[in-house]
Design a binder for this molecule. Structure first.
Ligand SMILES: Nc1ncnc2c1ncn2[C@@H]1O[C@H](COP(=O)(O)OP(=O)(O)OP(=O)(O)O)[C@@H](O)[C@H]1O
Length: 674
């Protein structure tokens, strides 16, 4: 810098008129020599471009010295500095011999300048003025307070040194006003206007006028609350304004990113680590991703654009350390598992909903079965129900259906043992018109009728092997071939099968396909016989009394407590069906309101009923003049026949029954081939 020092001798120092004279002279010199001249007060560090604002702001008094200077070296510069020095020494310093009238004009100008200065300095809004070189030439008290800086020390300094992220210098080049912008200063929210200062259409500086609107009533309250929320949030939160500048980071963010304080005021486009915010900024769409911080912490980050009155206002980014999330997830999963466990336990100990209410049983075995049924009803998996005749297999199957999402759809029961073998295929799969002689019209099979619902294949153990192969195909392919049909038809059915036969044994002796067994036995339900769950008998008795009362319009209220133990001691070969029939019979015979021993068959109430299992020499046993149920006699006859002939074939021939019927009955009554 080439410099010249000059002492100011004008009586009133460099006041407004004198400043105007100097600026005018500088303009002439610069036009001629193209040298940019600067000024500073002796004792101050920073140079100011010579302008009205700069000169007046220096407030140079008589006998104070100034230094003028230029950055460019060369003769032209020396000449320009000499010319200005000469002008100040010969014209300006001699201006104290100005006329009285001139003095009063100066006084007037000076006074109005002081008034303006005071208005600015005491204004309840922040004002910062810069000259063409971005040096601060005026800053009022309000601005100094809000920015927490010493205003006086800022005069003459480059605004970027005081406020590194200031946008005010941009106005010097754009020359456009920026009105009503939002500026975040610490925890304060300000509105700011930035305008160029023009003199005769020439820009001479720029002014920023701003006000802290977070102080406004209402806004302040909301702001306070928001501050508290942000401060107490465990999420890492940061705001980026609509120019990409980070203007807020909450304490959690600062704690996680130690460098966060220095991030405030920076532009995200200069920070590649913020690429998720940059992407959101560009696409104006919400984005989620896992980022890794400089310290190697994985954070789940969501960047979301903010729109105010449909105008893009910036991006808010919220992040959560992933390990915190993982911890939460595992806690949640644990709670969910606990909840499921308690739900299951509760289910086991409370009444079952809907259709399962009709299935009576307090024994642990029944509870577990019902619990399993409840679960099975929520899926479409195939169910295989095994149990002796009369144990409630059909009841269970229909309850599963009625409790499932298919409950409004058909429940089709097929008794595989009842349909003759040669008709079974057409019964199950249907036939097309003309498929065989006599097929005069199309007939849908049970599978088609059950489409969308459930098919209950009862007595599946009695299905012939040829049909077992076809059923397996249906289960695997989920399609059926009707007799005479040209192409297979897709079907949507749930299969529930039941049998009172021991399928694993049938597999062993080759009468049941192993692959079909495994296809059917996805959910396996094994119903115990009534003699193995005697604790259910009292409640079943109660249930049947009220059920039969309803259908027969009778008014039986209970059972003699001495009879109950007898019912519990009986072996119930016909299981629950037999119990239901016996109760119905007793209600029919009952004269009063309580069922007594007289109303029950003597073989149940007689203490000698165990004799029934001993083989009598007489074919027909009669106890106390009471006949036994037919099935009891049937069992005894088949037992006798099997004992004698030791073969299904021979026993069947002797009794006039087929080999298959004999084997079924033996299965039913648990008679060994011997
Ligand atoms: N747990 C139970 N609660 C109430 N009633 C039951 C229960 N179990 C069976 N029953 C009743 O007993 C009778 C026989 O039941 P179901 O026909 O379901 O037996 P099953 O095992 O299918 O017999 P089968 O093998 O002879 O076809 C039905 O009237 C049924 O309502």
């Amino acid at each position: 810098m080439i410099t010249q020092e000059i002492k100011i001798l004008a009586t009133n120092g460099i006041h407004t008129r004198i400043a105007a004279m100097i600026v005018n002279k500088v303009a002439q010199i610069s036009n001629k020599s193209h040298v940019q001249l600067y000024i500073k007060k002796v004792g101050l560090k920073d140079w100011l471009g010579i302008s009205m604002l700069a000169l007046v702001s220096l407030k140079i008094k008589c006998n104070e010295s100034i230094i003028i200077g230029a950055k460019k070296s060369g003769d032209e510069t020396i000449e320009a500095l000499n010319e200005l020095k000469l002008y100040i020494e010969t014209v300006i310093n001699k201006s104290d011999n100005a006329t009285t009238s001139m003095n009063s004009i100066d006084k007037f100008i000076e006074e109005s300048a002081i008034v303006t200065d005071q208005i600015i300095s005491e204004s309840p809004i922040g004002i910062i003025v810069i000259d063409l070189n971005s040096n601060i030439i005026n800053i009022n008290n309000y601005a100094s307070n809000i920015l927490n800086i010493n205003g006086k020390e800022c005069i003459g300094k480059d605004i970027y040194k005081i406020l590194p992220h200031s946008e005010l210098p941009k106005i010097l080049t754009s020359k456009d006003k920026e009105l009503g912008k939002i500026l975040y200063l610490g925890n304060k929210t300000c509105t700011i206007n930035r305008s160029p200062l023009l003199s005769h259409d020439k820009i001479i500086g720029a002014v920023a006028v701003f006000q802290d609107v977070s102080e406004l009533v209402g806004v302040k309250e909301v702001n306070e609350k928001l501050q508290k929320i942000l401060a107490s949030s465990h999420d890492l939160i940061c705001f980026v304004d609509n120019t990409g500048v980070i203007n807020y980071c909450n304490p959690a963010y600062k704690q996680c990113f130690s460098s966060a304080d220095s991030e405030i005021g920076k532009n995200i486009f200069d920070m590649p680590s913020h690429n998720i915010i940059i992407q959101c900024f560009k696409d104006k769409k919400k984005i989620e991703n896992v980022l890794q911080t400089k310290d190697g912490i994985d954070v789940m980050t969501t960047a979301e654009p903010i729109f105010i009155d449909n105008k893009f206002n910036g991006v808010i980014s919220t992040s959560k350390p992933v390990n915190e999330l993982k911890e939460l997830m595992s806690k949640l999963q644990k709670s969910q598992e606990e909840l499921d466990y308690y739900k299951d336990e509760l289910m086991k100990h409370t009444s079952l909903k809907g259709s399962f209410k009709n299935i009576i049983g307090v024994s642990k075995a029944m509870h577990n079965i019902l619990f399993m049924c409840e679960k099975a009803s929520r899926t479409t998996s195939t169910v295989l129900i095994q149990g002796e005749s009369g144990t409630g297999k059909e009841l269970i199957a229909s309850a599963i259906h009625n409790n499932s999402p298919r409950k409004g759809k058909p429940f089709i029961r097929v008794n595989c043992a009842a349909i003759p073998e040669n008709l079974l295929e057409s019964e199950l799969f249907g036939y097309k018109k003309g498929a065989f002689t006599g097929a005069l019209k199309h007939k849908p099979g049970k599978f088609q009728l059950a489409d969308g619902g459930t098919i209950f294949l009862d007595e599946i153990g009695d299905m012939p092997l040829s049909m077992q192969a076809k059923l397996l195909r249906v289960l695997q392919e989920k399609e059926i071939d009707s007799l005479g049909g040209l192409k297979p038809q897709k079907i949507d059915i749930r299969v529930i099968a039941a049998t009172n036969r021991i399928l694993p044994e049938m597999i062993e002796n080759g009468t049941f396909r192993e692959d079909l067994y495994y296809r059917l036995n996805v959910v396996s339900i094994s119903l115990p016989s009534l003699k193995d769950r005697k604790e259910d008998i009292p409640i079943l008795v109660e249930h049947f009394i009220s059920k039969i009362n309803e259908s027969l319009h009778t008014t039986v209220t209970g059972i003699d407590q001495n009879v109950l133990p007898m019912l519990c001691n009986y072996s119930w070969p016909g299981n629950i069906r037999e119990l239901e029939n016996i109760i119905e019979r007793a209600i029919n015979l009952c004269d009063g309101h309580i069922l007594t021993a007289r109303d029950f068959p003597s073989y149940i109430c007689s203490k000698t009923h165990t004799a029934i299992t001993n083989q009598s020499q007489n074919l027909i046993n009669v106890y106390n003049d009471e006949l036994l149920p037919f099935e009891e006699y049937e069992k005894q006859i088949i037992e006798l026949a099997m004992k004698k002939y030791k073969s299904y074939n021979k026993a069947g021939k002797a009794l006039g029954l087929t080999h298959r019927t004999i084997s079924l009955k033996c299965q039913k009554y648990g008679i060994d081939k011997q």
